[in-house]
Design a protein around this ligand. Sequence first.
Ligand SMILES: NC(=O)c1ccc[n+]([C@@H]2O[C@H](COP(=O)([O-])OP(=O)(O)OC[C@H]3O[C@@H](n4cnc5c(N)ncnc54)[C@H](O)[C@@H]3O)[C@@H](O)[C@H]2O)c1
Ligand SMILES: [Zn+2]
Length: 369
Amino acid sequence: MERKTLHVQLAERSYPIHIGPALLAELPALLRAAGAVDAGKLFILTDENVAPLYLERLKRNLEADGFAVAACIVEAGEQAKRLAVYEQVMTEAIEAGLDRKSLLIALGGGVIGDLGGFVAATFMRGISFVQVPTTLLAHDSSVGGKVAINHPLGKNLIGAFHQPMLVVYDTDTLRSLPKREVAAGFAEVIKHGLISDERFVGWLEQHAEQLKSLDPEYVGEAIKRGCAVKAEVVSADEREQGLRATLNLGHTFGHAFEALLDYGTLNHGEAIAIGMGLAADVAERMGLAPEGTAKRTRQLLQRFELPVAWPQQLTPEAVLEVMRRDKKSVGGKLVLILPRAIGRVEIVKEIEESLVLQVMNKAQEEQTG
Ligand SMILES: NC(=O)c1ccc[n+]([C@@H]2O[C@H](COP(=O)([O-])OP(=O)(O)OC[C@H]3O[C@@H](n4cnc5c(N)ncnc54)[C@H](O)[C@@H]3O)[C@@H](O)[C@H]2O)c1
Ligand SMILES: [Zn+2]
C-alpha cells in the first residue's frame, strides 16, 4: 500500500503527517528528510503498554542509522498527564544529557502526545518533537498543536501550543489496540465527518467493515481525512475563537457523562458517541436538522460498536447540572454544537434548558422502557 502524506498548514509552520503500514522502519529516513540530521540526541517518550510492543524495534532502527537514543517509559493512561510524571520525564531528559538541539519522539497515544508535546514545549524553553501515534484517537491530538497536562482541579489546564515537526503514523501499530480503544478512535473520526463532510460520512458507512478490521488502505484514508478536517478547522481558527468550537460536537454531553461516571465506565469516545446522538435529537427537536439526522448518526456509530443509549446510571437532571458549567455556556443558556444536516454543524446559542432536558428524558425512557 502507498504511504499517504498530508501537509498541515498553520500560520507559524507547517508539517507533514505520513500515514501507512510499516512506517516505524522508515522513521530514521523520515527524520533525516525532515531535517533532523544534527539532532544531538533523540529522546523517546512512551508508556508501559506501548514500550514492550514497539520501543525496542524503534530504538534499534534509529541506532542502526546512527542516532543516539535515550528512552523514558511512563505509566499508561490519563494518569501520566500529572505534574509529578512531567517532573519525572524532565529529570530523565536532563540526566540523559539532552540539549536544545535534541529531539523528543512521542511514541504512543494522545496521552503521550500531550505529555511529550508539553515536555518538548518547555524543556530548555522548547525543543522540537515528533509524534509517532499508536492509537486511532491520536489522529485528533496530532493536529492542532495543543499540548497539555492535567491539574488536580481540571483536565489540560497546564499547557502550550507547540506544533510537532513531523507526524509518522504507522497503521500496523493499531493492530495491537484493544477493541474498545479502536471504537473510541472511530468516534472522533465519525465526528470529523459529521461536522464537515457528508461524503466522508457516506464513505464511512459504506466501508465500516474494512475500517473495523483495520484494513490499512481504508484506515489510512480515514486517518488522513480525519486529520484533514481537523487541520482545516484549526488553521481557520488556531486560537479557538469560533469555528474551532465545532470540533466539540457531542462533547458538552460527553464531558458531563465523563465527569459523572467513574473513570473506565465510559471512555471519551463512547461518551461523545452518546452525546452526538443527543445533539442530533436536540437539533431535530428545534427544527434545525431534518428528521432522520439522529437516526443516521446513531446507526453509523453503532456500526462501529459504539454505544448510543442513555447511560442508565445517570439522571438527566444531574447531566444538565454539569452541562451548565461548560465553558461555552453563557448567562444560564446553553451553547451547543448542533447538526444542521449530516456533514454540517452550527454553534447554537441560547438553547432552552427545558428542551435539552426533554430530549434527555426521552432518551432515558427509551432506554428503560
Ligand atoms: N491535544 C489535542 O488536541 C487532543 C485531542 C484529543 C485528545 N487528546 C488527549 O488524548 C488523550 C487520549 O488519547 P488516547 O485515547 O490515545 O489515550 P492513551 O494514550 O491513554 O491510549 C489509550 C490506551 O491504549 C494503550 N495503547 C496505546 N497504543 C497502543 C497500541 N498500539 N497497542 C496497545 N495498546 C496501546 C495506552 O497505553 C493506553 O492504555 C486524552 O488525554 C486527551 O485529552 C488531546
Ligand atoms: Zn474529543
